[in-house]
Design a protein around this ligand. Structure first.
Ligand SMILES: CC(C)(COP(=O)(O)OP(=O)(O)OC[C@H]1O[C@@H](n2cnc3c(N)ncnc32)[C@H](O)[C@@H]1OP(=O)(O)O)[C@@H](O)C(=O)NCCC(=O)NCCS
Length: 152
Protein backbone atom coordinates (compact mmCIF):
# COMPACT_ATOMS: atom_id res chain seq x y z
CA UNK A 1 0.00 0.00 0.00
CA UNK A 2 1.33 3.41 -0.95
CA UNK A 3 1.19 5.91 1.90
CA UNK A 4 1.54 9.53 0.82
CA UNK A 5 2.93 11.81 3.49
CA UNK A 6 1.39 15.29 3.35
CA UNK A 7 3.57 17.70 5.26
CA UNK A 8 2.48 21.31 5.59
CA UNK A 9 4.23 24.30 7.10
CA UNK A 10 1.61 26.52 8.73
CA UNK A 11 2.09 29.94 10.32
CA UNK A 12 2.12 30.04 14.11
CA UNK A 13 -1.05 31.81 15.19
CA UNK A 14 -3.49 32.32 18.05
CA UNK A 15 -4.89 28.85 17.22
CA UNK A 16 -1.72 26.80 17.46
CA UNK A 17 0.93 28.75 19.40
CA UNK A 18 0.20 26.96 22.68
CA UNK A 19 0.33 23.52 21.04
CA UNK A 20 3.72 24.52 19.59
CA UNK A 21 5.01 25.24 23.11
CA UNK A 22 4.21 21.62 24.02
CA UNK A 23 6.65 20.27 21.42
CA UNK A 24 9.96 19.03 22.75
CA UNK A 25 12.99 17.04 21.69
CA UNK A 26 14.29 13.87 23.39
CA UNK A 27 15.97 14.43 26.75
CA UNK A 28 19.36 13.43 25.32
CA UNK A 29 18.88 16.06 22.56
CA UNK A 30 18.56 18.96 25.00
CA UNK A 31 22.28 19.62 24.59
CA UNK A 32 21.92 20.06 20.80
CA UNK A 33 18.55 21.86 20.92
CA UNK A 34 18.61 23.67 24.27
CA UNK A 35 16.01 26.45 23.92
CA UNK A 36 12.33 25.56 24.41
CA UNK A 37 9.84 26.52 21.69
CA UNK A 38 8.31 29.21 23.90
CA UNK A 39 11.71 30.95 23.83
CA UNK A 40 11.66 31.12 20.01
CA UNK A 41 8.09 32.43 20.00
CA UNK A 42 9.09 35.14 22.49
CA UNK A 43 12.22 36.10 20.53
CA UNK A 44 10.24 36.40 17.30
CA UNK A 45 8.15 39.17 18.91
CA UNK A 46 11.30 41.33 19.05
CA UNK A 47 13.48 40.01 16.22
CA UNK A 48 11.14 40.88 13.42
CA UNK A 49 12.87 38.95 10.63
CA UNK A 50 12.24 35.66 12.46
CA UNK A 51 9.40 33.79 10.79
CA UNK A 52 7.82 30.82 12.52
CA UNK A 53 6.24 27.74 11.01
CA UNK A 54 4.48 24.79 12.64
CA UNK A 55 5.08 21.48 10.87
CA UNK A 56 1.95 19.37 10.34
CA UNK A 57 1.48 15.86 9.05
CA UNK A 58 -2.19 16.04 8.12
CA UNK A 59 -3.89 17.47 11.22
CA UNK A 60 -1.08 16.41 13.56
CA UNK A 61 1.45 18.96 14.77
CA UNK A 62 4.88 17.30 14.55
CA UNK A 63 7.51 20.03 14.66
CA UNK A 64 8.58 23.64 14.55
CA UNK A 65 10.78 25.93 12.44
CA UNK A 66 12.27 29.40 12.74
CA UNK A 67 13.74 30.97 9.60
CA UNK A 68 14.88 34.47 8.69
CA UNK A 69 12.92 36.32 6.01
CA UNK A 70 15.66 38.89 5.45
CA UNK A 71 19.30 38.25 4.67
CA UNK A 72 22.29 39.04 6.87
CA UNK A 73 24.93 41.51 5.59
CA UNK A 74 26.45 38.74 3.41
CA UNK A 75 23.16 37.82 1.76
CA UNK A 76 22.61 34.67 3.83
CA UNK A 77 19.19 33.59 5.08
CA UNK A 78 19.56 31.69 8.34
CA UNK A 79 17.46 28.90 9.80
CA UNK A 80 17.89 29.44 13.56
CA UNK A 81 15.70 26.54 14.75
CA UNK A 82 14.37 23.30 13.34
CA UNK A 83 12.94 20.39 15.33
CA UNK A 84 10.64 17.40 15.21
CA UNK A 85 8.80 16.40 18.42
CA UNK A 86 10.40 13.46 20.23
CA UNK A 87 7.58 10.99 19.45
CA UNK A 88 7.55 11.81 15.75
CA UNK A 89 11.24 11.59 14.91
CA UNK A 90 12.69 9.04 12.50
CA UNK A 91 9.54 8.88 10.33
CA UNK A 92 10.73 11.10 7.50
CA UNK A 93 8.98 14.28 8.74
CA UNK A 94 12.25 16.19 9.27
CA UNK A 95 13.47 15.61 5.74
CA UNK A 96 10.12 16.40 4.13
CA UNK A 97 9.68 19.55 6.26
CA UNK A 98 13.16 20.79 5.36
CA UNK A 99 12.41 20.24 1.65
CA UNK A 100 9.21 22.30 2.08
CA UNK A 101 11.09 25.01 3.94
CA UNK A 102 13.73 25.26 1.20
CA UNK A 103 10.91 25.57 -1.36
CA UNK A 104 9.26 28.32 0.72
CA UNK A 105 12.50 30.24 1.22
CA UNK A 106 13.22 29.97 -2.50
CA UNK A 107 9.78 31.44 -3.27
CA UNK A 108 10.57 34.32 -0.93
CA UNK A 109 13.66 35.14 -2.99
CA UNK A 110 16.29 33.54 -0.81
CA UNK A 111 19.48 32.66 -2.68
CA UNK A 112 21.66 31.16 0.07
CA UNK A 113 20.45 29.29 3.16
CA UNK A 114 22.61 28.83 6.24
CA UNK A 115 22.10 26.45 9.15
CA UNK A 116 24.26 25.44 12.08
CA UNK A 117 24.35 22.25 14.10
CA UNK A 118 26.48 20.90 16.92
CA UNK A 119 29.27 18.58 15.69
CA UNK A 120 27.78 15.70 17.72
CA UNK A 121 24.37 16.10 16.09
CA UNK A 122 25.02 13.45 13.46
CA UNK A 123 21.36 12.99 12.48
CA UNK A 124 20.98 16.70 11.67
CA UNK A 125 24.34 16.76 9.84
CA UNK A 126 23.40 13.72 7.74
CA UNK A 127 19.95 15.10 7.00
CA UNK A 128 21.27 18.48 5.81
CA UNK A 129 24.01 16.81 3.78
CA UNK A 130 21.45 14.58 2.05
CA UNK A 131 19.62 17.74 0.94
CA UNK A 132 22.78 19.27 -0.52
CA UNK A 133 23.94 21.48 2.37
CA UNK A 134 27.74 21.78 2.34
CA UNK A 135 30.03 22.82 5.17
CA UNK A 136 31.07 26.49 5.01
CA UNK A 137 34.40 25.34 6.45
CA UNK A 138 35.83 22.61 8.65
CA UNK A 139 36.03 25.14 11.48
CA UNK A 140 33.57 25.04 14.35
CA UNK A 141 31.93 28.45 14.80
CA UNK A 142 30.48 29.18 18.27
CA UNK A 143 30.29 25.43 18.89
CA UNK A 144 28.53 24.69 15.62
CA UNK A 145 29.26 23.37 12.14
CA UNK A 146 27.79 25.88 9.68
CA UNK A 147 26.36 24.58 6.42
CA UNK A 148 25.05 26.40 3.36
CA UNK A 149 22.79 25.61 0.44
CA UNK A 150 22.73 27.72 -2.74
CA UNK A 151 19.29 28.13 -4.33
CA UNK A 152 19.04 29.19 -7.95
C1 LIG B 1 17.24 16.47 13.28
C2 LIG B 1 15.74 16.18 13.22
C3 LIG B 1 15.00 17.46 12.90
C4 LIG B 1 15.50 15.14 12.12
O1 LIG B 1 14.11 14.93 11.99
P1 LIG B 1 13.50 13.46 11.79
O2 LIG B 1 12.08 13.59 11.42
O3 LIG B 1 13.82 12.65 12.97
O4 LIG B 1 14.36 12.95 10.55
P2 LIG B 1 13.87 12.03 9.35
O5 LIG B 1 13.02 10.92 9.88
O6 LIG B 1 13.32 12.87 8.26
O7 LIG B 1 15.25 11.40 8.91
C5 LIG B 1 16.27 12.18 8.32
C6 LIG B 1 17.50 11.32 8.15
O8 LIG B 1 18.07 11.05 9.42
C7 LIG B 1 18.13 9.64 9.67
N1 LIG B 1 17.74 9.38 11.04
C8 LIG B 1 16.62 9.79 11.65
N2 LIG B 1 16.61 9.38 12.93
C9 LIG B 1 17.75 8.68 13.11
C10 LIG B 1 18.34 8.00 14.21
N3 LIG B 1 17.75 7.95 15.41
N4 LIG B 1 19.54 7.40 14.03
C11 LIG B 1 20.17 7.45 12.84
N5 LIG B 1 19.66 8.09 11.75
C12 LIG B 1 18.48 8.68 11.89
C13 LIG B 1 17.12 9.05 8.70
O9 LIG B 1 17.47 7.72 8.37
C14 LIG B 1 17.17 9.97 7.53
O10 LIG B 1 18.22 9.62 6.67
P3 LIG B 1 17.89 9.14 5.17
O11 LIG B 1 17.34 10.34 4.46
O12 LIG B 1 19.22 8.70 4.68
O13 LIG B 1 16.90 8.03 5.32
C15 LIG B 1 15.22 15.58 14.55
O14 LIG B 1 15.97 14.44 14.87
C16 LIG B 1 15.25 16.57 15.71
O15 LIG B 1 14.32 17.33 15.92
N6 LIG B 1 16.34 16.51 16.51
C17 LIG B 1 16.46 17.37 17.70
C18 LIG B 1 16.54 18.84 17.34
C19 LIG B 1 17.66 19.09 16.38
O16 LIG B 1 18.72 18.47 16.45
N7 LIG B 1 17.41 20.04 15.48
C20 LIG B 1 18.39 20.43 14.51
C21 LIG B 1 19.32 21.37 15.18
S1 LIG B 1 20.26 22.13 13.95
Amino acid sequence: MLIIMVIELKPVSIENWYDCTQLNVKQEQNSVFPAPIVYWIAESKFVHDFELRAIYSGAMLVGFIVFCNTPDEDGNYWIPAFMIHENHQGKGYGKKAMEKLIELMHQKGCKRVLIGHRPGNLIAGKLYESLGFQKVSEEICDGEIIRFLELD
